[in-house]
Design a binder for this molecule. Structure first.
Ligand SMILES: Cc1cc2nc3c(=O)[nH]c(=O)nc-3n(C[C@H](O)[C@H](O)[C@H](O)COP(=O)(O)OP(=O)(O)OC[C@H]3O[C@@H](n4cnc5c(N)ncnc54)[C@H](O)[C@@H]3O)c2cc1C
Length: 545
C-alpha cells in the first residue's frame, strides 16, 4: 500500500541535469532554497555533451565553476571541416572571439554535472533522487505536484513555482499541454568514446565528409576521443554498434591509417528538431531540453539549457523575494524562445550542409565553402554564434535606450540587449588595474555610471536609488581622479570602457545579473532609470512578504 504525504516549497525543480543543477545553484546564490528532485537514483554516467562554450564559461566564472572545468577539460582552439581529404574550413576561436575563454572546452557532461552538484551542495542545497514527478495541477497561487517516491509512496507538494528541467522526454511539458513543434531528421547517428591511434595533436577537433558519409572527432580529457558518425537515410546498421562499424566509417572518411580501439560508451540516436510553443505556463516554467531539442552538430544543447537557467534564475529569485512582479517571467519566455528558434534554425542548416549527399550539391558546397569561410566576417559570425557570445536580447521586452537629442549618437556596435563586454578600469586612489567582469558578480544588476568627475548629477542619482538596493549595485566610473583620496572609486582615464559601452560623454548603463545590457541612458538622468525600474521591479518599500 502506498502512503501519502503533503509538503510545500517556493520553487520545485524537476530534473537534476545541467539545466536543473544550474538553476538550483543560481537560486541558492541568491538565498533561495529550491527543492530539486530527479527520478534516477544515481547521476547518469553518460558523457553526452562535451563542448562547453565561451559564454557558458563566462556565466559560470563568478561561482568558480568555470575555473574548475577549465582545469579538467581540454581546450580546443579551432574546428576544421574536410571533404574528400581537402580542408573546406577551419574556424579559429583563438583568434576570432573576444572572451577570456577563446576556445571550446571539451568536458564530458558527467564532469560538468559533478562540478555543478558539488557547488549546489557547497551552498547547502540537496538533490533528492529516486523521486519522480507524475502529476501536476495549476492553482491560482501556484502548482500542486504529485511526486512518486522509490518506495511507491506518493507526495503532494504545493509549490509557488515549478521548473520543468526534465529533459527531452519531459513529463512536465506533457502535463501542461505544451506542443513540441518540429520534425525528426531522416539521417541517423552513432556516437561514442574510443581511443584513437594516429599522430594528430590532442587538441584538434574536426569533421570529415565524403560523398554523404560523415565522421567527426573531438578530444576528451582522459586521452579518449568522442566520434559522431552520420548515416545516409536507409544505410544505418541495426543493433549494437561494433568496432567494425566504427572502423568502416573511419576508413570511408579518414584520416587515412587512423584506427579506433577501447570503446567505453556507444549510442545510436536520431535527431529531433523541436521547440515548445510557450516556455511559461502560469506557474510552470520549461527549461533546457524540456523546451528545445536539436542536432548535436554544433554542440549547443547543454549550453543553451544552462543559459536558459541563468536567464531564469535572477528573475525567479526577484519574484520569490517580492522584488519583482510575476510578469517579469514573460521576458524569460520571449527572450529564450527567440534564442531557441534561432538555435533550431542554425543547427538545422549546419546539419543539412554537413550531411548533404546529392553529388551536385556537395560539389557546389565544396567549391564555395573554402572561399566563404576564409572571410573574416564569416569566421567572426560562426565563432561568436557557436560560442553563444552572439546571443542578444535586443528585441526583448527588457531592452531600453534613452538618449537626449542634444547628444550625438556613438558609433558603437553594441546595442542594448547585447552581452555586456569586459574591459579594463582602475580601482581606488592607487589606480590598480582591474577587469570590469571582476566587479560583476552576477547576483544583482550593476548600474555603471560613466561620469567625467565626481559630479552632483551622479551623486543625486545615487541618492534616489535607496529603494532599489535589492535589485542593483551602483558603480560610479569616473574619467578623472579627484585631487584628494579616491577611496574605492573606479576610473576609466582614457574613456575606452565608456566608448565600449557606447557612451560618448557621460551616461549610465544597467547590466543585468546574467550579463546583458538592459538600459543605456545618455546623459546621466534619474527619470529614465526610475521609469525603467518601476516598469519591471518593485522597490524595497513595496515588498510584501
Ligand atoms: C550524444 C549526445 C551528444 C551531445 N553533445 C552535446 C555537446 O557537445 N554540447 C552540448 O551543449 N550539448 C550536447 N548534447 C545535448 C545535451 O546532452 C543536452 O542538451 C543536455 O543534457 C540537456 O540538459 P537538461 O538538464 O535540460 O536535460 P537532461 O540532461 O536530460 O536532464 C533531465 C533530468 O531530468 C530527470 N527527469 C526526467 N523526468 C523526470 C521526472 N518525471 N521526475 C523527476 N526527474 C525527471 C532525468 O532523470 C534527468 O536527470 C548532446 C546530447 C547527446 C545525446
Amino acid at each position: 500500500m502506498s502512503s501519502q504525504t503533503f509538503s510545500s516549497s517556493d520553487v520545485l525543480i524537476v530534473g537534476a541535469g545541467p539545466s536543473g543543477l544550474t538553476l538550483a545553484h543560481e537560486l541558492l546564490r541568491r538565498g533561495i532554497r529550491p527543492r530539486i528532485i530527479d527520478k534516477i537514483a544515481e547521476p547518469s554516467q553518460n558523457t553526452k555533451a562535451l563542448g562547453v562554450m565561451a559564454r557558458t564559461l563566462e556565466l559560470l566564472t563568478p561561482s568558480g565553476i568555470a575555473g574548475e572545468l577549465v582545469e579538467r577539460g581540454v581546450r580546443v582552439p579551432a574546428f576544421s571541416i574536410y571533404s574528400e581529404g581537402r580542408q573546406l574550413a577551419s574556424f579559429d576561436f583563438s583568434r576570432r572571439i573576444d572572451s577570456a575563454y577563446p576556445y571550446v572546452l571539451m568536458a564530458p557532461q558527467v564532469m560538468t554535472e559533478a562540478i555543478l552538484t558539488e557547488h549546489v551542495f557547497g551552498l547547502g542545497g540537496e538533490i533528492e533522487r529516486g523521486i519522480e514527478l507524475v502529476g501536476l495541477e495549476q492553482r491560482a497561487d501556484g502548482v500542486e505536484a504529485v511526486l512518486r517516491h522509490a518506495d511507491g509512496g506518493e507526495e503532494h507538494v504545493r509549490t509557488r513555482w515549478l521548473a520543468g528541467c526534465d529533459g527531452a522526454h519531459s513529463v512536465v511539458r506533457h502535463l501542461v499541454g505544451a506542443t513540441f513543434v518540429g520534425k525528426t531528421f531522416e539521417q541517423s547517428f552513432a556516437t561514442g568514446n574510443v581511443r584513437m591511434h594516429w599522430d594528430i595533436p590532442s587538441d584538434q577537433a574536426f569533421a570529415r565528409l565524403n560523398h554523404g558519409s560523415f565522421i567527426a572527432y573531438f578530444p576528451m580529457p582522459d586521452g579518449q576521443h568522442r566520434f559522431i558518425i552520420a548515416y545516409k537515410p536507409g544505410e544505418e546498421p541495426q543493433g549494437e554498434i561494433t568496432m567494425d562499424e566504427i572502423q568502416r566509417a573511419i576508413d570511408a572518411c579518414g584520416p587515412e591509417g587512423a584506427r579506433a580501439s577501447d570503446p567505453t560508451w556507444l549510442a545510436r540516436y536520431q535527431i529531433n528538431q523541436r521547440k515548445v510553443d510557450r516556455y511559461v505556463w502560469q506557474h510552470v516554467v520549461l527549461v533546457g531540453d524540456a523546451a528545445h531539442i536539436h542536432s548535436p552538430i554544433g554542440g549547443q544543447g547543454m549550453n543553451t539549457g544552462i543559459q536558459d537557467a541563468f536567464n531564469l534564475a535572477w528573475k525567479l529569485a526577484l519574484i520569490v523575494q517580492g522584488h519583482a512582479p510575476a510578469r517579469l517571467l514573460e521576458s524569460y519566455a520571449s527572450e529564450r524562445s527567440e534564442v531557441g528558434r534561432q538555435l533550431l534554425q542554425g543547427t538545422g542548416r549546419l546539419t543539412r550542409l554537413a550531411l548533404m549527399h546529392n553529388p551536385l550539391a556537395t560539389a557546389t558546397r565544396d567549391t564555395i565553402m573554402p572561399r566563404v569561410t576564409r572571410l573574416r566576417m564569416t569566421q567572426e559570425v560562426f565563432t561568436s554564434t557557436a560560442s553563444e557570445l552572439a546571443v542578444s536580447y535586443r528585441h526583448g521586452p527588457l531592452a531600453s535606450e534613452y538618449r537626449d537629442e542634444k547628444i550625438k549618437p556613438s558609433y558603437s556596435q553594441l546595442k542594448v540587449g547585447d552581452r555586456a563586454p569586459d574591459g579594463l578600469l582602475r580601482v581606488g586612489s592607487e589606480g590598480a588595474p582591474a577587469r570590469l567582469y571582476e566587479l560583476l558578480t552576477g547576483t544583482k544588476h550593476a548600474l555603471l555610471i560613466f561620469a567625467r568627475r565626481d559630479s552632483e548629477a551622479q551623486r543625486d542619482l545615487q541618492s534616489t536609488l535607496s529603494g532599489w538596493q535589492e535589485v542593483l549595485d551602483v558603480y560610479p566610473i569616473l574619467r578623472s581622479q579627484p585631487d584628494g583620496d579616491g577611496g574605492q572609486a573606479y576610473y576609466d582615464p582614457d574613456g575606452s570602457l565608456a566608448r565600449r559601452y557606447g557612451i560618448a560623454e557621460e551616461g549610465l548603463v544597467l547590466v543585468r545579473p546574467d550579463g546583458y545590457l538592459s538600459l543605456r541612458s545618455q546623459p546621466i538622468a534619474v527619470e529614465p532609470l526610475q521609469r525603467y525600474l518601476c516598469a519591471h521591479f518593485l522597490p524595497t518599500a513595496y515588498v510584501v512578504r
